[in-house]
Design a protein. Structure first.
Length: 244
């Protein structure tokens, strides 16, 4: 029997247990085994085997593979202890259970507000972004593909607290929380420009609720809708924390 055929026969026997073994061996042994597999897929490996075992006839040595298999510790891997559950205050736990049942649902739909030229100009002055596409209606009518000025994308983002009623003390979405902290935005897109004179509103969908040491972390998808336009002016993933 040829060396190549013997190695193939041995490899088929070992591969039966390979997946289980790889879950139990140490990283160094796993790395060594992967090196052997890499060589097995290379013609140079067979040339190396023939050189080492050129005197073998019936039972050539394939010590590297055999020794790796023999030295594998088959003792069961000890599972890592799981992290202790976070203890929630009663108010946080009650709200958590309520919100879990609302995941995937619209949790807030705001009122329409006007984005007029005066609002755009004020934002441009504060941020020192007074490009003509935002602040020069006459030039925009002549040169812009939108035929009018458009709001800054960051103006749309800056309106989110107002659009989601997060700053309205009479319309608090989370009245049991002592404090709401804005953590940030995981993603931001502006599918369509908000033109001067457009009405916009925000629709918030609950996507995730996670207990934290201080209370709850809430993830929402917020779409800024433009009245009369199919595409939204912004789509963001917002993350806030509620402290109790």
């Amino acid at each position: 029997m040829k060396v190549v055929d013997i190695f193939k026969h041995r490899s088929e026997a070992v591969s039966k247990y390979q997946e289980e073994l790889m879950q139990k061996v140490s990283p160094s042994v796993r790395e060594y085994w992967e090196g052997i597999r890499h060589k097995a897929n290379n013609r140079a490996f067979f040339a190396w085997l023939n050189e080492v075992n050129d005197q073998a006839v019936n039972e050539p040595s394939i010590e590297p593979v055999a020794k790796v298999v023999e030295k594998v510790d088959l003792a069961p891997v000890q599972a890592k202890p799981s992290a202790p559950a976070i203890e929630m205050k009663p108010e946080a736990e009650t709200l958590y259970n309520e919100l879990q049942a609302q995941i995937g649902e619209v949790m807030h739909k705001g009122d329409w507000i006007m984005v007029d030229q005066d609002r755009i100009n004020q934002f441009g002055a504060v941020t020192e972004d007074e490009q003509w596409i935002h602040t020069d209606p006459e030039r925009a009518e002549q040169e812009s593909p939108f035929k009018t000025t458009i709001a800054h994308g960051f103006l749309t983002l800056a309106l989110l607290p107002r659009l989601t009623d997060s700053v309205d003390p009479d319309n608090n979405l989370f009245p049991t929380a002592k404090m709401v902290v804005n953590i940030g935005l995981n993603s931001v897109r502006f599918p369509y420009p908000v033109k001067s004179g457009n009405q916009v509103r925000a629709v918030s969908t609950l996507t995730k609720v996670t207990p934290i040491k201080k209370g709850l972390e809430i993830e929402r998808e917020i779409k800024v809708q433009i009245e009369g336009v199919r595409r939204p002016g912004a789509v963001v993933t917002s993350v806030i924390q509620l402290h109790f």
